[in-house]
Design a protein around this ligand. Structure first.
Ligand SMILES: NC(=O)c1ccc[n+]([C@@H]2O[C@H](COP(=O)([O-])OP(=O)(O)OC[C@H]3O[C@@H](n4cnc5c(N)ncnc54)[C@H](OP(=O)(O)O)[C@@H]3O)[C@@H](O)[C@H]2O)c1
Length: 276
């Protein structure tokens, strides 16, 4: 049995589709929503990761686990998985562990990686860069008045399509040769916020007005989404504190999946409805 956490999220939903399409199984999806709907043949486990007794029940018979970090107390989740007999965990961490290791969000990811590596279970660690789906933060403003306000308008980052993280996770979960490996994952090219908005506008066949704002103004607007503990780190890794490691386009998606990494333009086309 293979358990997917974060099963209704950007990566988890795509991962379940990948696993079903590739004939992997049996599969179980963990969600807090008992009514959640998943592809045919996928079992639903209704559990909050804060509830370790419920997690233990969801882990019955599970040998492989896809774990999205940061949804609960990761150290306890990893320990519960080990005790339940899980053999292999594929963990979603973050590229910031290697690009910006010191601010709190990355330090937490780094700690989770170490806990997993010390757990005695087999592990594969995925360190994705900024997700294309972060553009959904602009969806309300685009729907309401076709405007976007963002800082660092012309800073291009190698944004990744979440389905490519899922594709690598599927390979790591179901094919040999990926245990004890850490993969930094990016998209196929760097793309700026201004270019992302242009791609969304093209997908909608409508104009969207883009306004570059200062870091201070962006901080005020992003604070409700990211909180005091993370907002400065988010602004650093999206333009305020760049380094070559963060900017580097990597070939890991294509190397492990055999298909080129998907572009932001593709993500925008697939998700245009969210901005209408
Ligand atoms: N966004 C980025 O740019 C970026 C970059 C690098 C790394 N990351 C990492 O990527 C991960 C996020 O992946 P994602 O975007 O696929 O996630 P997501 O879309 O935010 O979805 C996470 C899912 O987890 C479930 N969930 C939330 N709290 C839960 C809880 N207490 N117990 C059980 N389930 C819970 C929710 O499903 P239900 O409501 O169905 O329970 C939700 O759909 C995080 O670890 C993040 O740090 C993100």
């Amino acid at each position: 049995m293979l358990l997917v956490t974060g099963a209704t999220g950007n990566i988890g939903r795509a991962l379940l589709q990948e696993l079903v399409a590739s004939g992997a199984g049996p599969l179980r999806a963990l969600t807090r929503d008992a009514g959640g709907s998943f592809p045919a043949g996928v079992e639903t486990a209704a559990a909050d990761l804060a509830d370790l007794a419920a997690l233990r029940r969801a882990l019955t018979g599970v040998r492989s686990m896809f774990l999205v970090s940061g949804l609960g107390a990761d150290a306890e989740i990893i320990d519960t998985a080990r005790r339940a007999g899980v053999e292999h965990v594929v963990l979603v961490s973050s590229i910031t562990v290697q690009t910006h290791p010191h601010p709190p969000p990355a330090a937490e990811k780094s700690a989770v990686e170490k806990e997993l590596q010390a757990s005695g279970m087999d592990w594969t660690i995925l360190r994705p860069t900024q997700f294309a789906s972060n553009a959904l933060l602009w969806a309300e403003a685009i729907r309401a008045d076709r405007t976007v306000r963002a800082a660092y308008a012309d800073v291009g980052l190698p944004t990744i399509h979440p389905a490519d993280i899922a594709a690598v996770a599927r390979v790591a979960l179901t094919e040999p040769g990926h245990r004890g490996r850490t993969y930094a994952l990016t998209g196929p090219e760097r793309i700026t916020p201004r270019e992302q908005v242009a791609a969304i506008a093209a997908a909608l066949h409508r104009d969207i007005e883009f306004t570059e704002i200062s870091r201070a103004a962006a901080r005020v607007e992003l604070l409700p989404f990211f909180g005091e503990a993370s907002v400065d780190a988010v602004l650093d890794v999206t333009g305020g504190d760049l380094n070559p490691e963060l900017l580097r386009v990597r070939d890991a998606v294509a190397r492990h999946t055999g298909s080129p990494a998907r572009t932001f333009h593709r993500w925008a086309q697939e998700n245009a409805a969210a901005f209408r």
